[in-house]
Write a protein that binds this ligand. Structure first.
Ligand code: FAD
Length: 318
């Protein structure tokens, strides 16, 4: 079978959920070969083997983390060179993932497709589904040059266990030299105890309708009752009510959870761009004409200050 290279996103060997989703898609195309880079990379091998990786290429060289992305691209290119019959390279979508993927595509002369929400095998190569133009259209495409490099949005496939050899190999990398920018230190974001916004199965977002930063406590309480992450509209972020890291939309982050709850958000096109691929959308808004209701699967027309506490209490009692 053909090899499918999967770049593993991990923290000290703890594999992030989107990687396991990508492995589900990779198995549709061929034999997944995982490449794990950076400190603790070797610790990821077990779980990758349990989710279908036939080979796990490991590079713990410090050069990988000394530069912003160049070291990773060097290592990914070396891994690409170690494939037998490559059919695709799959990378979990993130700011860094897209940049690494794009640079690899240039180096190996391949076409690139970003933010796939589905990937299936095809006679002439993998067929990729993307949600484009502020999620107003669905594009189905195929790369026509080289081995396709594809980034995959979180929550695009289920995590499925599938035992494979997971044979660990040390990846030898010839680093391309002194990077233009060097990482001085890395500071992990303060842990909120909630799942990462782009990876969460449930996202509850608040907008201008909340009327103030203090009222985000209502959104946080509902998110916590569902084990979800908290998002915000740009209006709420611009007002200083919630951090920009949690902004959903065109100039924020793109989420695709199983359940998205929009609270006091009108549903502007720029907000939709970041959440329209959510599987189920619920809106709470006091204006029955709010555009968010055009796209919601379920809508509650009402005052959020009445609806949210009731909803949270009800969920907490289940
Ligand atoms: P509003 O549009 O003001 O809506 C507030 C809603 O709350 C209303 O529908 C109202 O009925 C409801 N409401 C009020 N009180 C209550 C209550 N008590 N109970 C229930 N409902 C209530 N926006 C983003 O979100 N993300 C982006 O990334 C983004 N990028 C942008 C990029 C560009 C280039 C531009 C021009 C705009 C961008 N915007 C973005 C802004 C976008 O156009 C909207 O202005 C913004 O999304 C509006 O936020 P909102 O829905 O919270 O506020």
């Amino acid at each position: 079978m053909a090899d499918v290279l999967v770049l593993v996103d991990h923290v000290g060997g703890a594999v992030r959920k989107p990687v396991l989703e990508v492995l589900t898609l990779a198995r549709r195309l061929g034999d997944p070969v995982a490449v794990v880079l950076g400190a603790g990379a070797g610790g990821a091998a077990g779980v990758l083997g349990e989710h279908g990786a036939v080979r796990v290429l490991v590079c713990e060289a410090p050069e990988v983390e000394e530069s912003l992305v160049v070291g990773r691209v060097d290592a990914l290119e070396a891994a690409f060179g170690a494939l037998v019959d490559p059919v695709a390279v799959l990378v979990p979508s993130s700011g860094e993932g897209r940049e690494v993927a794009a640079r690899l595509a240039v180096r190996v002369g391949s076409g690139l497709l970003t933010d796939a929400v589905d990937v299936v095998g095809g006679e002439e190569g993998p067929v990729v589904t993307q949600s484009v133009f502020a999620a107003g259209f669905t594009a189905v495409s195929r790369v026509s040059r080289g081995v396709p490099v594809i980034t995959v949005k979180p929550n695009s496939a289920p995590v499925e266990a599938s035992a494979a050899a997971g044979a660990v190999e040390v990846l030898e990398v010839e680093f391309s030299g002194r990077p233009a920018a060097r990482v001085v230190s890395r500071t992990p974001r303060e842990a909120s105890g909630r799942p990462e916004l782009t990876e969460a199965a449930v996202v509850v977002s608040g907008g201008r309708g909340l009327g103030g930063a203090e009222n985000f406590a209502l959104v946080e309480a509902l998110a916590d009752s569902l084990g979800g992450a908290v998002g915000a509209s740009r209006a709420a972020v611009d007002a200083g009510w919630y951090p920009h890291s949690q902004q959903v939309g065109q100039t924020g982050r793109s989420v695709s959870p199983q359940l998205y709850i929009a609270v006091g958000i009108s549903g502007a096109i720029q907000h939709r761009a970041g959440m329209q691929t959510s599987k189920t959308i619920v809106a709470v808004n006091k204006d029955p004409e709010a555009p968010i209701f055009d796209l919601a699967d379920y809508g509650v027309v009402g005052d959020l200050f009445t609806v949210l506490p009731q909803l949270t209490e009800d969920i907490n009692h289940r």
